[in-house]
Design a protein around this ligand. Sequence first.
Ligand SMILES: [Zn+2]
Length: 189
Amino acid sequence: MAQAILAKTGSPVGRSVYISVKAMERGKLLFEEALGAESLELPDNWRPVGTVRAVGSGELLDPSGTRTIRLRGRIKGELENECAIGLEPIRRKFDNEFDLFYYPEELIAEDGEYALTSEDADVGFYEGDGLFLEDAAVEQIVLWLPMRPECEDAERTGSCPHTKAAPEQQTEADAEDPRWNALRGFKLN
Ligand SMILES: [Zn+2]
């Protein structure tokens, strides 16, 4: 029953699973969604392999007070990219649990600022009547992503087995590039 409450909107940006405060006033929302590449805007050219699965629940805490959205669940999938050094295809699997709190944006507006405490590590804000599950999913994936797309060898050792030289050595090789020889005798006045 709870799943039926979840509104499906024809959002032009691809996001479609809306966690609505109004719907949660009537009870907890359960979701079990397969999110595709079209709805997940990931950085650094990361793409999902197939779909990302998001399973969990949305709840409105303190409906007559802070009206906080609590989003709990599990997100699982696989992403693909190219290694930044050797350009070979790489894949990364993830399977993470999340427990997030979103306060209404008005809360910042009232005070001018909202002081985050150490207990609020997983806190965000929502605008208007709720938030898109896809946006929460992207936030979670970004937290987990490595600093830059690299194969596991490159991440561990700094050099990629798919390229003959590590980045530092490549720089030396460039300096010895014979094409530069023509310029060596050339001096500026
Ligand atoms: Zn690599």
